[in-house]
Write a protein that binds this ligand. Sequence first.
Ligand code: ZN
Length: 258
Amino acid sequence: MTGCSSSESSQGSESAVSSEVSQTQTTTVENEPEKVTSVSIGHKDPEDYGKVIALTFDDGPNTSTTGEVLDLFERYGVRGTFFLIGDNINEQSAENVKRAYQMGCEIANHSKTHSYMNKMTPEEIKAEIDFTSDKIEEITGVRPTFFRPPYIAVNQTMFDTIDMPFINGYGCTDYDAKVDAQARYEKTMAQAKDGAIILFHDAQGNFQTVQALEMIIPDLLEQGYELVTVSELFYAKGIEIRPDTDIIYSYPEQTTMY
Ligand SMILES: [Zn+2]
């Protein structure tokens, strides 16, 4: 599986959204929004949180990088969120999904095949989502709450078809092998702020992100950040998780699409 395109980590500057989207954004939904149950929520009140950041990882699971990220999480006692590609889930890689979930990490959906879903029919989109959500539920017993579109490519058909909130994030171009660990570290620290969702890739062989995390995690902790799951980030910020918004979130308070 190759890494994501350059659009995946950008903050929507090169969006694949069609111009129709903005016109339909204000249409009212037919049904009352269904409340999504969150996983891995802490036992404290939202007002008891300080600065929070959600570290998120795309394109796993696998038996190498995913485990190395979890080793670091264990060392520092932190958690994160893994957006899985359904086709990467097999008997071996599922062990790291189980391990992550047992450590309090959140498991989320990153499609089945990692294709451009904005070119798909509603039926094809639904099949991509259901395959991966079913696999995740088989492993963890819990259906995922969040979805991250491959390449952050979205259109209105996807928003209408996928009954999960869409997650973006602040990336450090860590799908590009030419961007070394130091550059990934520096870009991440420059973008770090209270409430941010940070986007990494735990794709097979992406050791430079593991090296960057060896610097990023202790530095963020040193700066007073609490590293939480995406569900917990919304909880800490007092923002309801709604599956029906046409938003692709890089932080919970976001009200515009990007
Ligand atoms: Zn991806």
